[in-house]
Design a protein around this ligand. Structure first.
Ligand code: SAH
Ligand code: SF4
Ligand code: F3S
Length: 470
């Protein structure tokens, strides 16, 4: 067991006491009505998983949940700081809460997540958004009961943004959004300090969860009938570092694969510098591991990769891709790419184009570089204009569009196992293939949350249409 688990459990017991206190306070304010919380999440799946714990705790405190912000007694935004655009949206949406609060002075407004972990943001909220009641950072999410108690009973605004890494606190209640797809964090934080990235500053150092706790959680999910478990971490390939037991990500994957049940395992994100042949072998040999690898490359140029502090080069990346394809011929590969990193030239960007052409990704998440205060890249000279970067970005998107179209066209006539997820606007069943491509087909809503076999009849660039085969 990790050495910090005991004090963490004492902390958890303390929070349960606060939770009971809040419940009493809420009953005295709202009885016979149930107070309602509106929780909105920005950013990555790590944030979505945090919000499921936030909702778990709020549920224990006595809150019900609403999708209608006008009905809410508590509005909570879990924010993201990855790019400027993400932050601008949050500031805009928080500004819009001013009128809501005016119309309903009893409304409590809370902000948390990566954006709030930055001092300059918290200061701006303190100064310019006086109607916000509670702001808390990423390291104290498990202390929400105590923070809510202070917000409801303390009579003043609460700002709790300690800078030290949170110990991993287990047994926080979880209210999952889906009853067939589950997020399972296996680690928190990031040690990599890619020069453009804010995550290590707002999420703290890398910490892995105890493997026995992860396996127990996965066993419970499988027993409850979950069909997909996605393992989460900023760099899952370095899972296990710092734990005093014989584990790494490949071994964890094999142990999870041994759990009984009809479910598939996904994971994200894999950092190429720590992606090993051992992991790719494990992935190939584990029947439950979906044959989809999200392996963000960021750039195809070695000088840019070095400036980004990524610790791999084009050759090592392509070696991984070739090995993975050799072991798993049907593997679907996706990636993240940053266009216009400071100092990147058009010639260097062309190396990214040629790499994209060579790998033939299923799909790409493409981003124009956004300077983040406090990171190394934000201080680098950045002479290329936004317009030029926009033109490069478009060129990359067009290239990927033609590759994606070729790849989906080759899927025509083939049968894929699909996890049905929802009903589309057109009344069709919508799901994803193992390779994470969206497919729509006529079928019964009773199949939502189940695996069915679907034959591709009509491929489009970014999605497929098909028909169920029995
Ligand atoms: N841990 C993951 C990435 C998490 S952030 C990894 O290392 O792959 C998701 C993506 O956002 C990154 O892969 C990167 O492509 C993009 N991103 C991060 N910081 C950015 C910035 N400052 N500007 C533009 N894109 C950025
Ligand atoms: Fe950011 Fe790099 Fe960590 Fe990913 S690995 S979260 S890109 S610092
Ligand atoms: Fe955003 Fe934080 Fe995730 S910055 S991408 S929510 S780790």
């Amino acid at each position: 067991m990790a050495k910090d688990i005991q004090p963490a459990q004492a902390e958890q017991a303390r929070q349960e006491e606060y939770s009971a206190l809040v419940r009493t306070v809420l009953i005295s304010h709202f009885d016979p009505r149930e107070p309602l919380a509106f929780v909105h999440t920005y950013g990555c799946q790590g944030n979505v998983a945090d919000s499921e714990r936030i909702k778990g705790m709020l549920g224990e405190m006595g809150y019900g949940f609403t999708d209608n912000i006008g009905d809410a007694d508590l509005v909570l935004y879990n924010t993201c700081a990855i790019r400027e655009h993400a932050e601008d949206r949050v500031f805009g949406n928080v500004g819009a809460l001013k009128n809501l609060k005016k119309a309903k002075p009893s409304l409590k407004i809370a902000l948390c997540g990566c954006m709030m972990q930055q001092q300059h943001v918290a200061q701006r909220i303190q100064k310019s958004y006086p109607f916000v009641d509670l702001v808390f950072g990423t390291h104290v999410i498990h202390r929400l009961p105590e923070l809510m108690y202070r917000t409801l009973c303390g009579g003043s605004r609460v700002f709790e943004i300690p800078s030290e890494d949170g110990k991993i606190v287990e047994n926080v209640p979880v209210r999952r959004d889906s009853d067939f797809k589950a997020w399972l964090p296996i680690m928190y934080g990031c040690n990599n300090f890619c020069s453009y990235c804010i995550v290590p500053y707002v999420r703290g150092r890398e910490r892995s969860r105890d493997p026995e706790i992860i396996i127990k959680e996965a066993e419970e999910l499988a027993a409850q009938g979950y069909k997909e478990i996605t393992l989460l971490g900023q760099n899952v390939n370095s899972y296990g570092k710092g734990l005093d037991c014989d584990i790494n990500f490949a071994k964890l994957l094999r142990r999870l694969n041994d759990i009984d049940g009809d479910f598939q395992i996904r994971f994200m994100t894999s950092h190429p510098k720590d992606c090993t042949f051992e992991l790719l072998d494990a992935m190939a040999e584990c029947g439950k591991a979906a044959k989809h690898l999200h392996l963000p490359v960021q750039s195809g140029n070695d000088r840019v990769l070095k400036e980004m502090n990524r610790h791999y080069d084009r050759e090592k990346y392509l070696e991984l891709i070739h090995y993975a394809r050799e072991k798993m011929p049907d593997l679907s590969i996706t990636s993240d790419i940053i266009v216009g990193f400071p100092g990147e030239t058009y010639e260097e960007f062309c190396d990214t184009l040629s790499l994209v052409e060579e790998v033939e990704y299923t799909s790409l998440f493409t981003f124009i570089y956004s300077p983040r205060e406090g990171t190394k890249a934000a201080k680098m000279p950045d002479p290329v204009t936004r317009e030029e970067k926009g033109a490069w970005f478009k060129e990359l998107c067009q290239l990927q569009e033609s590759i994606a179209g070729r790849r989906t066209a080759a899927m025509k006539g083939k049968v894929y196992r699909v996890l049905c997820e929802s009903i589309s606007d057109k009344g069709m069943l919508s799901g994803r293939t193992e390779g994470n491509v969206i497919i729509e087909f006529p079928g019964s809503p009773d199949n939502i949350g189940k695996f069915v076999n679907v034959k591709v009849t009509e491929p489009r660039t970014w999605m497929l249409f098909g028909e169920e085969v029995k």
